[in-house]
Design a protein. Structure first.
Length: 152
């Protein structure tokens, strides 16, 4: 066998290993994504704890950027079947609607305001008050779209 043939065989073997590893990663991600899926939305929201770092993401960027990171890192109780997204409401899977997204946003926003209030007592971050208290225009539509895109 020539050197080129050896290299071709080596590349083919590596490609097969890459495909196997990609499949394993996908399986692990799917298992990891189902971790919080069985939790009811109300329980999930009550257990959700935000930190000053979360507030900082809003202050440095905006609420939309924060929500994109939040969805990736906190895995709300959503699941996808076929082309529809479902959310766990009182242990029943309902089709995910804008009202569910709005409920999540309002809960998160309230928690961020609480953190902001506490932090304002510690240091002067009052210049950022509008960034925290006032949500962006069309935020509810934007976040609903973000939820739908991140669960495809």
């Amino acid at each position: 066998m020539s050197t080129n043939e050896n290299l071709i065989e080596l590349v083919k073997g590596l490609q097969d290993k890459i495909v196997k590893l990609e499949n394993r990663i996908e399986i692990l991600e799917n298992n990891n994504n189902n971790e919080n899926r069985e939790i009811d939305l109300d329980i999930y929201l009550s257990m959700l704890e935000l930190t000053y770092e979360d507030l900082n993401i809003v202050l440095i960027n905006n609420f939309t950027v924060f929500i994109k990171n939040f969805i990736k890192n906190n895995k709300p109780p959503l699941k996808k079947e076929n082309r529809k997204i479902y959310i766990n409401i009182k242990n029943n899977w309902e089709e995910f609607k804008r009202e569910h997204s709005d409920k999540i946003i309002k809960n998160i926003h309230k928690k961020l305001i609480n953190i902001f209030t506490i932090e304002c007592e510690k240091k002067d971050i009052s210049l950022y008050i509008n960034k925290v208290l006032l949500l962006e225009e069309n935020i509810y539509e934007k976040v609903y779209d973000i939820f739908k895109k991140n669960n495809k």
